[in-house]
Design a binder for this molecule. Structure first.
Ligand code: NAD
Ligand code: ZN
Ligand code: ZN
Length: 361
């Protein structure tokens, strides 16, 4: 039996999203049907709608989601109907060259549902990040469902499925932030603020938030930034060096993903420090850096896909810390909206009015 549900579809590059009825098949082998309870609006959804990720329109948007497993297909043992799950875009295969070496967080062959969700006329949809959760139900690979404590608010839990995990993981997994470190985060949206929360959780002593918007900087301070820098008003490299004894920060996280912010990150880190690129650039962007500086400054230049997370390890742990009051994730939910409000939520994101708008049911 297939299911007809309402969903947010992006049909054409740069056109406003539309509410459509889509057809979601019953789960086949290895798949799970999930009743979506909440899904956050991420900048990556907007990248899809703008054609910045690929040309595979129509997209079924939404990927920061929590829900309840409704049905599973043959051979699924990891999750069962009734389980409260956060959806992930890293269902590890266990067999690729990364997995075989025990580096599951880099899996090069992650799983998605095999069957396609479609429009009513049969047109196949491309689900954002293999999830597609601005919908009442979605179909995913069972490994994309990570069971977490059902006491957590779905609107909060779902955010771990992408942006908040990407930010926390950029700090603690990729950046390796540890007690006493100095950390600077450039771009304080949902991802950057999560990096700030992660740096705080890991015991960073100095956390410098950089943004071009004072409202974002105020929120970053609420998340745990010890200093804020408006890079429209102050040169950010000088400011970060000034706040770190003239040296630069141990870890600098670029949560914008533009050549100018990457350059700032590169020069704002201490010798032997680490730059983490977690913001996603677009295809036309490139950067020119003196190779002698790349060599001479030492350290590490890393990029962070999904915060180098392992969902089965990180989601339940972070939800537990949240429920214990040690990780304040409630602040990431700026507003709760309906499916019909996603286009307006993109506009609010663009105007910098929200950290996360979350579609709830
Ligand atoms: N690597 C991953 O796995 C991953 C996961 C999710 C999102 N992302 C990416 O992370 C980035 C941030 O996502 P988000 O949801 O937080 O977006 P957002 O729009 O909520 O936040 C971006 C922030 O950057 C600030 N900004 C813009 N230009 C700036 C500049 N020149 N200098 C300083 N600050 C600037 C904005 O004011 C805003 O606060 C996006 O590129 C998104 O696609 C990456
Ligand atoms: Zn793999
Ligand atoms: Zn996302």
């Amino acid at each position: 039996m297939a299911h007809e549900v309402r969903a947010v579809v992006s049909r054409r590059k740069d056109a406003p999203v539309e509410i459509e009825t889509i057809i979601v098949p019953d789960p086949g082998p290895g798949e799970a049907l999930v009743d979506i309870r909440a899904c956050g609006v991420c900048h990556t959804d907007l990248h899809y709608r703008q054609g910045g990720i690929s040309d595979d329109f129509p997209f079924l948007l939404g990927h920061e989601a929590a829900g309840v497993v409704e049905a599973v297909g043959a051979g699924v043992s990891g999750v069962a109907p009734g389980d409260f799950v956060v959806l992930n875009w890293r269902a590890v295969c266990g067999e690729c060259r990364a997995c075989r070496r025990g580096r599951l967080q880099y899996c090069f062959d992650t799983h998605n549902a095999t069957q396609k969700m479609t429009l009513r006329d049969g047109t196949e949809l491309s689900p954002a990040l293999g999830i597609g959760a601005f919908a009442e139900k979605t179909l995913v690979a069972a490994g994309q469902c990570t069971k977490v404590d059902a006491a957590a608010d779905p609107a909060v839990a779902g955010l771990l499925g992408c942006g908040v995990m990407a930010g926390i993981g950029a700090a603690i997994n990729t950046g390796g932030v540890t007690r006493g470190d100095s950390v600077a985060v450039i771009g304080c949206g949902g991802v950057g603020d999560a990096a700030i929360a992660g740096a705080r959780l890991a015991g960073a002593a100095t956390i410098i938030a950089v943004d071009v918007d004072d409202r974002k900087l105020q929120w970053a301070a609420d998340m745990g930034a010890t200093h804020t820098v408006n890079s429209r008003e102050r040169a950010p490299v000088d400011a970060i060096r000034g706040l770190t004894g003239g040296n630069g920060a141990d870890v600098v996280i670029d949560a914008v993903g533009r050549p100018e912010t990457y350059r700032q990150a590169f020069y704002a880190r201490d010798l032997a420090g680490t730059v983490v690129l977690v913001g996603v650039p677009t295809p036309e962007m490139s950067i020119d850096l003196p190779l002698l500086d790349v060599f001479g400054r030492g350290g590490a230049l890393k990029s962070s896909w999904y915060g180098d997370c392992l969902p089965s390890r990180d989601f339940p742990m972070l939800i537990d810390l949240y429920l214990q009051g040690r990780l304040d994730l409630d602040k990431f939910v700026s507003e709760r909206i309906a499916l019909d409000d996603v286009e307006e939520a993109f506009a609010k994101m663009h105007r910098g009015e929200v950290l996360r708008s979350v579609v709830v049911r």
